[in-house]
Write a protein of this length. Structure first.
Length: 62
């Protein structure tokens, strides 16, 4: 269940400009600190770092 919600969060991170706390809430994580901790444990980056890194990669490859 958590993996599904994290995948949904990744989609929102990459395809919207929504703030992290909004994405956290929309994907069922009521506590943004918990969301960031679980996200970092899974992807080895915070949600903000993940968004920034993927944006840079997509910009370079374009």
């Amino acid at each position: 269940m958590i993996n599904y919600r994290l995948k949904e969060a990744v989609i929102l991170l990459l395809n919207t400009e929504k703030q992290i706390h909004i994405i956290s809430n929309e994907t069922g994580f009521n506590n943004v600190v918990y969301f960031c901790r679980i996200f970092k444990k899974r992807y080895h980056l915070t949600p903000s770092e993940y968004r920034k890194e993927k944006f840079i990669i997509s910009t370079i490859s374009s």
